[in-house]
Design a protein around this ligand. Structure first.
Ligand code: ATP
Length: 269
């Protein structure tokens, strides 16, 4: 059960303030991040609704990937990074000293721009994480994860074959299956379709749709049609700031901020 703060909560303290009735799985509060002297995130306050799909959009370099990498504390691995503010996960600040980062990352799966299967068999790609964490019934986990990622029927008779032999779209679904095998609560997608053709892209979008309601999904995308198609909520970032957040329909049909409108109508970015 989530301890996330209940309704109604102001989603953006600075601009685009609005009341939305939902639970937040994750909330950033005045989150700022610097790479050395360069500030990449400026006091981001944003609630990510539980078990919904939230899209992060905005021009290149506006901080979308940096923001999602704060959620699983991946930015900790980069020398010279400084972070201020908080990210609450189920109501607890993940930047508190007592946070168990390994346990946090187990709850948060991540899928990257370029599919990155391990150089091992299809089966072992999925089994790897569950084995390390001592999960039982590995065969069942492998089958269920591949089914949930809509890949089972394409690979069930070649589980012992190298994952690298799959097509790009299949590899990306394998990476999603690998994330699902860890039984996460949240899945971060960092431009998951940018290396894929339209048919593979459609399959990933269908897959996200099938996972809606079971996982909290966050997708960074440059493709505004994709954000409009798949997401329930959209946040628009510009130059390190979160300019506007709302239901996707509202953001695309009736943005409150001029800058959002300029971006979604293609006037810049
Ligand atoms: N490891 C890093 N070291 C230094 N600066 C970085 C690093 N990663 C990102 N930046 C800078 O931080 C800013 C935000 O980058 P980020 O990748 O988060 O933006 P983005 O919105 O995801 O961009 P894109 O859509 O092009 O992927 C950019 O100015 C970028 O150059």
């Amino acid at each position: 059960m989530s301890n996330a703060v209940s309704v109604p909560v102001p989603l953006s303290m600075s601009r685009g303030r609005q009341e939305v009735s939902c639970l937040f799985k994750i909330e950033s509060r005045n989150l700022s991040l610097w790479y050395g002297s360069k500030q990449a995130l400026k006091s981001i306050t944003l609630g990510i609704p539980e078990n919904k799909i939230t899209a992060l959009i905005g021009p290149s370099g506006c901080g979308k990937s940096t923001f999602i990498r704060c959620i699983n504390r991946m930015n900790d691995l980069i020398p010279g990074v400084r972070i201020e503010g908080e990210i609450l996960y189920d109501g607890k600040n993940i930047y508190d000293r007592d946070t168990d980062v390994v346990a946090l990352r187990k709850k948060i799966g991540m899928v990257f721009q370029k599919p990155n299967p391990f150089p091992m068999s299809i089966y072992d790609n999925i089994a790897y994480g569950p084995r390390i964490h001592g999960y039982k019934n590995i065969d069942r986990i492998v089958e269920q994860s591949l089914r949930d990622a809509a890949l089972w029927e394409e690979v069930e008779d070649r589980l012992d074959q190298p994952a690298m032999g799959l097509s790009g779209g299949q590899q990306q679904r394998l990476c999603i299956a690998r994330a699902l095998a860890m039984r996460p609560e949240v899945i971060l997608f960092d431009e998951p379709c940018s290396a894929l053709d339209p048919i593979s892209t459609a399959r990933i979008e269908e897959l996200m749709e099938s996972l809606r309601g079971k996982y909290t999904q966050i997708i960074v995308t440059h493709n505004m049609q994709q954000a409009a198609r798949v997401s329930d909520y959209t946040a628009y970032f510009y130059m390190g700031e979160m300019i506007e957040f709302g239901e996707t329909k509202q953001i695309f049909e009736n943005p409150r901020e001029r800058s959002t409108e300029d971006y979604i109508t293609g006037r810049f970015g």
